[in-house]
Design a protein around this ligand. Structure first.
Ligand SMILES: Cc1cc2nc3c(=O)[nH]c(=O)nc-3n(C[C@H](O)[C@H](O)[C@H](O)COP(=O)(O)OP(=O)(O)OC[C@H]3O[C@@H](n4cnc5c(N)ncnc54)[C@H](O)[C@@H]3O)c2cc1C
Length: 432
């Protein structure tokens, strides 16, 4: 059965969320810009806590985890419909307790953590009391994790971590880091790497520099270059089993990628909304911009691109709910990841163009969106790598042709068709 309708009861919930985000949360993006991942203190806590409380009261807090992992069990499809609303605002995911990278980190601790680790890290994370960081990329290698060299060596009851990590987002304000390291250099990286849960204040965790994205003030960035300098952690800091890092990373990144895509629908829709409003509002050469065919083309292309992308994301979310196994949905998650930067880039770029000079200023959000699109083509793996994944997965369903000619080679098919209908064809000819 195919059905594209939202359950009416849940639609009411979404309508509430939409109004709440526009009226109560979007203003936070302007009043407290870039402060989402800072510890809540003083006046900010007075503003933020009641909003989170309202979300909890409505049963919408931290809806990303399935019931079997201790979450509310909304499933990814319902989360997608909510996340596309939250994607309009920087603060909204925080207020709803489902912000990256904490969602993915929570998911892997829920999957692989011990009871003690869940009490210590997962519960406060899900309660929104602290932030976490995922520390995997290294300065010399990102897209190819088999090149990572940061290592952990067993020393009695402890492990000692040494090496460098790059672009560890939110490390500076996090309470703990999930670090991917080599624990057995003798075997392949797929068996020889492990994950550790490391409190950020552990001696030897040295944040050398917080790197900012383009447009951010120097020194105010949130992507850390970290030196793990003889960081000693007890053996029970290991997340999952020794050598399980790749399996855990796939779980984490699968969820993380699709959640980004859900939010990207919301951001792209914001750009389309702005483009349409501007096209109807602005006059030039005797008519409105919306009467110009070029602008109509921008709107039509943007609408179609967004609709395609949204259906793709919702379908993939539905698949995740159906199979409850990221491996089975790997191809479509990777395809979504490939498409995502282009959709946001194209729509934001057209919206920017339609706004004229105003479009490139810091009084409208378009250049931030374009930078965001570039980031999406890199964070959680570059587009090229995901394209390769899609292609490999697609090719699994095919086999080489027998012999020289393609199986759809028309002369051979024609000959077969003529043989199949030989009696009828002779009869037809005979009647002429
Ligand atoms: C905003 C942001 C936040 C991030 N947050 C985190 C985080 O919290 N934790 C973390 O660990 N990392 C994080 N990253 C890092 C991110 O995962 C890496 O940037 C990404 O995996 C690519 O690695 P790299 O930058 O080293 O690029 P490289 O691996 O050097 O690749 C550079 C380019 O080479 C090309 N390329 C690479 N591999 C292939 C291939 N197989 N085929 C064809 N072309 C290829 C692509 O064009 C690619 O962009 C973040 C990145 C950004 C931009």
């Amino acid at each position: 059965m195919w059905d594209f309708e939202t359950d009416p009861e849940y639609q009411k919930v979404l309508d509430w969320a939409d109004e709440f985000v526009r009226d109560e949360i979007e203003p936070l993006d302007l009043a407290f810009p870039h402060q989402q991942f800072m510890p809540l203190e003083g006046k900010r806590r007075e503003v933020i806590d009641p909003l989170k409380q309202e979300v909890r009261r409505r049963g919408l807090w931290a809806t990303h985890l399935g019931a079997e992992l201790g979450g509310q069990g909304y499933g990814q499809l319902k989360l997608a419909l909510l996340n596309e609303i939250l994607g309009r605002s920087q603060w909204a995911p925080i207020i709803f307790g489902c912000q990256a990278p904490d969602t993915g980190n929570a998911e892997i601790i829920a999957h692989y953590g011990t009871e003690e680790q869940k009490q210590r890290y997962l519960m406060p994370l899900l309660n929104g009391e602290l932030f976490s960081c995922y520390s995997m990329t290294e300065p010399h290698a990102g897209a190819d994790p088999t090149m990572f060299t940061t290592s952990a060596v067993r020393d009695g009851d402890d492990w000692v971590i040494n090496g460098w990590k790059f672009f560890s987002s939110n490390a500076a304000t996090s309470s703990f880091l999930i670090v991917m390291v080599v624990t057995n250099p003798e075997v392949s990286a797929y068996q020889g790497m492990s994950m550790f849960l490391v409190p950020t204040d552990t001696p030897g965790v040295k944040i050398e520099r917080n790197i900012g994205l383009y447009g951010e003030q120097s020194g105010q960035g949130s992507h850390a270059l970290i030196h793990y300098d003889n960081v000693r952690v007890p053996a029970d800091s290991l997340l999952g089993g020794e050598g399980q890092a790749f399996v855990i990373a796939q779980t984490r990144l699968g969820g993380g990628r699709i959640h980004h895509a859900m939010r990207t629908i919301g951001l792209s829709r914001k750009a389309l909304d702005m483009m349409c409003e501007r096209a109807l509002s602005r006059q030039t050469q005797g008519s409105r911009l919306s009467d110009k065919q070029f602008v109509q083309g921008y709107i039509a292309d943007s609408y179609a691109q967004l609709l395609q992308f949204r259906l793709m994301v919702l379908y993939t979310a539905w698949e995740i709910d159906k199979y409850n196994d990221y491996k089975k949905v790997r191809k479509d998650i990777a395809a979504v990841k490939v498409v995502m930067p282009t959709v946001l880039h194209d729509i934001a770029w057209r919206a920017m163009q339609v706004h004229g000079a105003l479009g490139v200023t810091n009084e409208v959000p378009f250049l931030g969106m374009v930078t965001g699109a570039a980031v999406m083509g890199l964070a959680d793996g570059p587009t090229e790598v995901h394209k390769a994944t899609v292609a490999k997965q697609v090719l699994r369903d095919y086999t080489p042709a027998d012999g020289t000619w393609p199986s759809e080679w028309i002369p051979a098919k024609r000959e077969a068709a003529q043989a199949k209908f030989a009696d009828y064809l002779e009869h037809e000819v005979g009647n002429l």
